[in-house]
Design a protein around this ligand. Structure first.
Ligand SMILES: [Zn+2]
Length: 58
């Protein structure tokens, strides 16, 4: 796996739902999905945002 992609994923420390910065020094909710056989990581600032978030509709 190319390291650049992994770096890009770990650098994304903003909430997928609201766009707020996430305090990555503390626990935060993460959702993983497999899209086109690629594992995508979605991070959220809190559980409310994770519950509010709906994956892209087809
Ligand atoms: Zn949020």
């Amino acid at each position: 796996m190319p390291t650049e992609e992994r770096l890009a994923m770990t650098n994304d420390d903003r909430c997928t739902n609201c766009g707020d910065e996430i305090d990555t020094s503390q626990w935060y909710p993460v959702v993983t999905r497999t899209v086109d056989s690629e594992v995508q990581l979605y991070s959220f600032c809190d559980e409310d945002c994770r519950d509010d978030w709906t994956p892209d509709s087809p």
